[in-house]
Design a protein around this ligand. Structure first.
Ligand code: FES
Length: 254
């Protein structure tokens, strides 16, 4: 056996089992992730007719007019938002309609629809609950928050509750990390959550009311939880900490 071989077998002896195993890391499957492909189904196929309502058509025309001639494709986000508000989700026939109205290839609409996680390409319940699981929320207990959401809504991640009232999904950072853990229900963010907050929120929705959105801890926004701890005095005036050699006429600026 070579020197390296001898040393290596000695080294193996002292390695813990976990390191000696195959160095393959895997990511657990997130069943909430929709396939990035479309499969025709009875309720979602190109033959299912879709039309904007008259009011939404007027809104779409107004949105398109915000963009210069030739750049109407920039209205795609506004158009898709209108579809989702009208239908609750975005069927493929609506994507085709958007492409037709904006005179863009259908692939441009498919790209948009598969890129943004707020785009629902299948029905996600009357209330779509999105639980953030990115690092700041995870460090602040998003695992237990997710389990609580699933329990309170009787709905597993990626599916619908039996009464089709709730759909639950896991999402990446929702941009409110300072108030982690966070869930979003449709357009509203619920922040600084505890397990009992989640039960209260879901229960209030089940009773037909919309609970107040925002931090549930009593914070107004993202200020320190223990009260203001910086910028306590009056702000210093101009010339603060300026080198005297930079003063005009040997006087600090006022
Ligand atoms: S990590 Fe959850 S909002 Fe940013």
């Amino acid at each position: 056996m070579s020197i390296l071989g001898k040393n290596f077998s000695k080294f193996r002896m002292i390695l813990p089992n976990v390191v000696r195993g195959r160095a393959v890391s895997t990511t657990p499957k997130l069943s909430s992730e929709d396939l990035l492909v479309h499969r025709d189904s009875e309720e979602n196929n190109p033959c299912v007719p879709f039309q904007f309502t008259e009011a939404n058509m007027k809104r779409l025309v107004a949105i398109v007019q915000n963009y210069p001639e030739g750049s109407q494709r920039s209205a795609i986000s506004g158009a898709m938002d209108l579809v989702q508000r009208q239908m609750g989700w975005i069927p493929i026939s609506a994507m085709h309609k958007v492409a037709e109205i904006l005179s863009i290839p259908r692939i441009r609409v498919y790209e948009w629809a598969t890129f943004y996680s707020m785009c629902k390409r299948r029905y996600r319940g009357k209330y779509h609950v999105k639980v953030c699981k990115t690092l700041p929320c995870m460090l602040r207990g998003s695992d237990i928050i997710l389990r609580t959401v699933e329990e309170a809504t009787c709905c597993c991640v990626g599916s619908l509750s039996p009464d089709k009232m709730f759909g639950v999904d896991v999402v990446e950072c929702q941009g409110a990390c300072a108030n982690a853990p966070v869930i979003a229900i449709d357009d509203d963010y619920y922040e600084d959550l505890t397990v009992s907050d989640v039960y209260n929120i879901i229960q209030t929705i089940k009773c037909g009311n919309i609970p107040p959105a925002g931090p549930q801890s009593g914070r107004y926004a993202a200020e320190p939880a223990c009260g203001q701890c910086s910028l306590l005095g009056c702000p210093p005036g101009p010339g603060y900490c300026m080198q005297p050699s930079l003063y005009c006429d040997s006087k600090p600026p006022t």
